[in-house]
Design a protein around this ligand. Structure first.
Ligand SMILES: Nc1nc2c(c(=O)[nH]1)N[C@H]1C(S)=C(S)[C@@H](COP(=O)(O)O)O[C@H]1N2
Ligand SMILES: [Mo]
Length: 324
């Protein structure tokens, strides 16, 4: 996890799209989709392929979805092109430009398994799952442990609805989320020194918090592969590495899982990973973050500004490494 300077192509985008302009563009896109014109949008050389792939996503008809205005952001939304071309997805490379490589991921058919301490283990097709749960849009901040951040419109459903469907038994304390495994499409998974498959976890209390969001959509469309299609997590008070992408399995357990990053570098990436500007990473400060849309350096907030939702969860956990 290195910090990179912005690429030249980020500069023309550095003025973030005001929300109003984004909404207008979205309703224009919607109108054009109806008229069968959408395939020509965004088909400039670099991004055409990714967007074309999204257009045939079988869940495309679910979008756009109504916005839940309870979740406010004061910063400008990060332009879509930046959000979809500056990514961390180690399965496709340990650098930020993985969006083309990620197109190799096959996102249908896609089954999600629920197992462990649940009343009944099951496998469910992603489109059946999406049909069961009404989607909404939320504007969330997203802060990587590498000290960059963005503001994005996720479409999704509260994870607590997902947990309800799974019906964990009373002894279950954690839920572990696991990413797909397929060396034939993900060159990173041929690098044996990583503890694949990528997993991360939450306590049941965290997973059922109002903020915790399961995300199949972004910018009023199906989630692009590079952002973790067909389903990823957004838990915005925690560092980005907790937000597992392309989930195939939810396992309920009574034992705290040792996650992908914890197995790799235990003293740098722990289980809780709550955001705190006063607790430095062993190799750099977390006091500030670079907004990848505007390029501005801004102060990092405790719990990424979401303390009113989540601070109570941790009030009796003084002995834990909550911020690493
Ligand atoms: N499967 C998987 N999920 C992952 C990662 C990854 O490498 N593999 N990277 C994480 C990190 S470090 C971050 S910051 C976010 C990045 O999400 P984004 O590319 O949508 O911004 O995804 C997280 N989820
Ligand atoms: Mo990250």
């Amino acid at each position: 996890m290195l910090i990179k300077t912005p690429k030249g192509w980020e500069l023309p985008e550095s003025k973030a799209t005001p929300e109003g302009a984004y909404l207008n563009r979205r309703s224009i896109l919607k109108g054009m989709a109806g008229a069968g014109l959408i395939a020509s949008i965004g088909s400039n050389a670099a991004f055409g392929e990714a967007f074309a792939a999204d257009n045939v996503d079988p869940s495309a008809g679910l979008y756009p979805v109504p916005r839940n205005d309870q979740y406010k952001v004061t910063r400008a939304l990060t332009p879509e092109k930046i959000v979809t071309t500056y990514n961390n997805f180690y399965e496709f490379g340990s650098h930020k430009e993985i969006y083309e490589a990620a197109q190799a991921l096959k996102i249908r058919p896609w089954t999600v398994k629920i197992d462990g301490m649940v009343e009944k283990e099951m496998e469910i097709d992603i489109d059946d799952l999406l049909a069961k749960l009404p989607l909404e849009e939320r504007l969330y901040r997203h802060r990587c442990v590498e000290a960059w951040s963005m503001v994005v419109p996720w479409s999704g459903f509260p994870m607590k609805e997902r947990v309800k469907l799974a019906a964990p038994t009373s002894g279950a304390k954690y839920v572990v989320m696991q990413t797909f495994e397929d060396k034939s499409v993900a060159p990173g998974q041929r690098q044996f020194w990583y503890p694949w498959p990528y997993t991360d976890g939450l306590t049941i209390e965290e997973a059922t918090n109002d903020l915790t969001f399961m995300v199949p959509g972004l910018y009023g469309k199906p989630l692009p592969k590079q952002n973790g299609s067909p389903l990823r997590l957004a838990a915005p008070w925690k560092y980005g590495f907790k937000q597992v992408k392309s989930i195939v399995r939810f396992s309920f357990t009574d034992k705290r899982p040792v996650t992908f990053w914890e197995k790799l570098i235990k003293n740098e990436y722990g289980f809780w990973a709550n955001i705190n500007p006063e607790v430095s990473h062993p190799r750099w400060s977390q006091a500030k973050e670079r907004d990848i849309g505007t390029g501005e350096k801004i102060p990092t907030l405790l719990y990424n500004g979401y303390g009113e939702y989540v601070a109570d969860i941790y009030k009796d956990m003084k002995g834990e490494r909550l911020f690493m």
